[in-house]
Design a protein around this ligand. Sequence first.
Ligand code: PDD
Length: 276
Amino acid sequence: MLLWNGKLVEEEQVRVSYRDRGYYFGDGIYEVFRLYQGNLFEKEAHLDRLYNSLREIKIELKWNREQLSEMLDELAATLGQQDGMLYIQFTRGEAKRAHIFPEVCEAVMLGYCEPLARPADLIENGIEAITLEDIRWLRCHIKSLNLLANTLAKQEAVEAGAKEAILIRSDDTVTECTASNLLIVKDGVIYTHPNGNLILDGITKQVVKRLAGELDIPYVEQAFGKQQLVDADEVFLTNTTMEATPIIAIDGRPVGTGTPGAVTRRLQVAYVEMVE
Ligand code: PDD
């Protein structure tokens, strides 16, 4: 079942117009939720960010938050008690192609769920990453459907034999990855880029910050450059589907010992206790 404009329908019933502004302009926003045993993880935080993205690009919905929240529960229930993901997007809607916002337009909602196991192997063993220039726009806090710079970078990473690209602005500021936040550990302290327009305020990162507090691991939101990145003892990424995944090599060179580090492990243990 899919969630289409407020209703649960079969895939065949979904009709999206060729005139949808999401299709022409990427004029919309999205969210990715995690389902653990059928439960929407950090639902309110995702809804907060969803509404923030909508506000930022001036899309108004005819459904209120309570109604939307119920729809997400109904959609999630179609998957049963499994681990999975829930994707939802809103576009500005259907109109004749013109850059200016249409005078009359109704936002189009589309959502679905998929079973998705926790990526145990990646979480346990880590991944390799490459560094690339961050050429994205300057509103990265909006979860926009415009992901061309992200998809190009991800493709380049995979073609280079890695799994993720770490993005660095031309002024040497390490921001985040193509679909995840980036955190480093040096001398027992976690560093990550502060929230703002250069990164997405990841929900998983918020959870990790909370866990770091509970575990008395110092956590500093402070920008850093490439040298600090490659000199870090540990590097890890966070996102909804990959949780806290170690990055064990960057541009072909090992990070620290080249194996997942102790701080990352402590956070992973705390994370699993929360979601299992
Ligand atoms: N991406 N930064 C970027 C650019 C992202 O696209 C994501 C998530 C994150 C981490 O956010 P969170 O912890 O809330 O998932 C950071 C999702 C998973 C995606 O696009 O598929």
